[in-house]
Design a binder for this molecule. Structure first.
Ligand SMILES: [Fe+2]
Length: 310
């Protein structure tokens, strides 16, 4: 059995154990950021109070270059008022639409900053694009933990496992805690479809394979999404669904969709999408583990914009 299948099998077994025993299921709170359509999560073990924060958002106003902590403070407030102990600050990938608040939350609450091992490739691609100097280490050392495909972890007494799900970016991971999968930018709500695959290093064919891999998990696996944009006929934001619902009804990848059909659809659709407003600041900061570039001699950090390069 390949390591690809071993990880998937271990994930399915973990999910089944949690489905059979509610003490192995996490409590989950989602925090929706309207400015970037991102959902951040606090996932915790009700018994021990140990928690993971997934995909937190630092507020950033592009026009003024000002950051603020309103969204992150909402998360910190939830953690504190529920007496949770943060063990992990997890990024499903280097986001291109918002800056991570993980370093800010880490300083306030503790925990280890984690991302997928392939972040090294993303650092290489974007390090070149932004002409970052040798002071920018392209070895993932800005993070405390780099996860490999199929690697397990714990949140209190809950079991966790990371699966590599590239396509949107080379480094995307899904993090499964108990019976709940935090799938990052792979699949969205069934009526909206899937994540784009046209960023540098993205690949629609890989995205299809990653999504089908996730959809081979047990049907009642709870899926928690990284973004929602509503959808025609739906006026409320939503971010929780199941493998079964996706297989039956996802407008891009429901059962019966072939890889070639998906790739043709995804490629055509991606050509119509503008770059996210915050892609330049976000990527530049997020490949540094969410830390701003080193201040220049005057003590100010600068965000670069490559002109005519993307
Ligand atoms: Fe993303």
């Amino acid at each position: 059995m390949s390591s690809f299948e071993t990880g998937l099998k271990a994930a399915a077994e973990q999910i089944r154990r949690a489905q059979a025993d509610k003490r192995l299921r996490p409590s989950i709170a989602g925090f929706f950021d309207e400015a970037t359509n991102t959902i951040s999560y606090v996932v915790h073990d009700p018994k021990s109070g140990e928690a993971a924060i997934i995909d937190s958002v630092l507020d950033y106003e592009a026009a003024s270059g000002r950051t603020s902590n309103g969204s992150a403070d909402r998360i910190a407030e939830y953690v504190t008022s529920n007496n949770l102990k943060v063990m992990w600050l997890i990024e499903t990938h280097a986001h291109a639409d918002h800056i991570s608040a993980a370093p800010y939350l880490q300083e306030k609450l503790g925990g280890k900053l984690a991302i997928g091992r392939e972040i090294i490739r993303v650092q290489d691609v974007f390090g070149k694009l932004f002409n970052a100097g040798t002071d920018f280490e392209r070895d993932g050392s800005q993070f405390d933990k780099l996860f490999d495909d199929g690697e397990t972890f714990t949140v209190g007494e809950l079991e966790g496992i990371a699966l590599h799900v590239p396509g949107h970016t080379p480094a995307d991971m899904a993090f499964i805690i108990g019976d709940a999968a935090f799938v990052g930018d792979t699949i969205f709500m069934p009526d909206f479809g899937t994540a784009r695959a046209d960023f540098p290093g993205g690949d629609a064919r890989q995205l299809f394979q990653s999504i089908r891999r996730l959809l081979s998990l047990p049907g009642e696996t709870r899926l928690f999404l990284c973004h929602d944009y509503k959808a025609p006929g739906r006026d409320d934001y939503a971010w929780e669904t199941t493998v079964r619902q996706q297989r039956e009804g996802n407008v891009h990848v429901r059962d019966g969709t072939t890889e070639d059909e998906f790739v043709a659809m995804r490629t055509a659709r991606d050509k119509t999408l503008p770059m996210p407003n915050l892609i330049m600041p976000s990527v530049q900061v997020n490949i540094r583990g969410g830390r701003l570039p080193e201040p220049e001699a005057n003590g100010v950090s600068y965000i670069k914009i490559p002109v005519n390069a993307v």
